[in-house]
Design a binder for this molecule. Structure first.
Ligand code: GLP
Length: 234
């Protein structure tokens, strides 16, 4: 129905499939692309960076950013995007919520307005072990738009591996809301490894619950799940 599963053997196969899908989307006139960060996206961006794909006509919107971290901080998502993609492939325009803005509420409001105005053609997503999408933690209303969010202990624990000093991990972030994500015309969610099984199982149950933000995808009309997990398809 609205959710299509693509089972892959490994990350390499996923990167190849996504590369071809991007090629088709670009040929089909894609103009606005929603991007994600996290280890899941690294092989995907590596494949794009080493390809002939042309993003020079594309405007991008990233899902989220830590509060307080600027593009010059190696733990910011702005840094991640520059490192893995933007320094290698020119885009027409890139957008990432500014975690260093003086007025965070205003930054969120402006970001939401910009992404709604542009209209995201295709949004990439990862998923947290607790079922979060972007930084929409369990309990976030499905009607949420771009907002400041408090990260849960689960997320702080998982993400602490990237920070040398655990106390340096921001406990708040700016994130597109669930409604912002659902406004994209198409969505591709990528999940690798057993740590993501629990989250994908919640989706497979077919019941929407704010306890598992990933289940919000059940109400979207065009979702592709790319995963190396067996026996996850409903
Ligand atoms: C982070 C990000 C999410 C990402 C998720 C999965 O918390 N805010 O957007 O999807 O973690 O990360 P990873 O791909 O490293 O497993």
């Amino acid at each position: 129905k609205n959710i299509r599963y693509v089972k892959v053997a490994d990350k390499n196969e996923a990167a190849g499939i996504v590369l071809e899908r991007m090629r088709e989307e670009l040929a089909g006139g894609l103009e606005v692309l929603g991007l994600a960060t996290g280890s899941t996206m690294e092989p995907i961006y590596e494949a794009w960076a080493g390809s002939d794909l042309d993003f020079s006509g594309v405007t991008s919107f990233n899902l989220d950013e830590y509060v307080g971290l600027g593009a010059d901080n190696a733990n910011s998502y702005a840094w991640f995007m520059n490192q893995h993609l933007f320094s290698k492939k020119p885009f027409k325009e890139t957008n990432i919520p500014d975690g260093t803005a003086d007025n965070l509420a205003e930054e969120c409001e402006e970001y939401e307005a910009r992404l709604r105005d542009a209209g995201i053609d295709l949004q990439f997503l990862g998923v947290g072990e607790n079922g979060h999408i972007a930084f929409n933690e369990p309990g976030t209303p499905f009607t949420s738009i771009t907002h400041v969010t408090q990260l849960t202990d689960s997320t702080l624990g998982v993400n602490s591996q990237y920070f040398e000093d655990r106390s340096a991990i921001p406990e708040t972030a700016l994130t597109m809301g669930i409604a912002s994500i659902l406004s994209a015309k198409k969505i591709i969610l990528i999940a690798f490894g057993e740590k993501k099984r629990h989250a994908l199982e919640q989706l497979a149950k077919g019941q929407e619950t704010t306890e598992f933000p990933i289940t919000a995808l059940l109400s979207h009309q065009d979702v592709t799940i790319i995963t190396d997990l067996d026996n996850i398809q409903p």
